[in-house]
Design a protein around this ligand. Sequence first.
Ligand SMILES: [Cu+2]
Length: 166
Amino acid sequence: MGINIHDPKLSFFGGHSGLELEQRMRRTLLVLLGMAGLMAFAQTSLKAENPWVRLVPGPVSGAFMTLSNPSDRAIRVIAAESPIAGKVEIHQTTIVKGAGGTDVMQMRPVQFLEIPARGKVELKPGGYHIMLMMLKEPLQEGKIVRITLRLEGGGALVVEAPVKAR
Ligand SMILES: [Cu+2]
């Protein structure tokens, strides 16, 4: 059986003809496809520019990059992970006054890193960074380190960062 949408006697939509109904359904489908496209865009709009991992001999290193958010909503990075590290944290380096009034660099984990709408956040030595801890093997210059940034709301950004001596 099935419904013949070309049947002019059908009146689901207040007396529209079958042809109008079909056009309306096509438009609805296009709108739905468009929305799906926008949702996919929202998940991947965050970009990482110039990512790199600092070559160090020890079991702890930092990853740096510029995160840019071309979307009109703020994006929060809430966690990070990497197959080369047993533990990964988002850190912020700050300058605090130490004993005797000298400036001391200190770093601490942050709950999230927010990239404002149409804005950028630079992760750099002395500022925000991705702390790679409990490295499973020594870093090698030029080797690519894969880092997954987990975003609030369920999205993720996979970053491929080469190891550099800087
Ligand atoms: Cu750190």
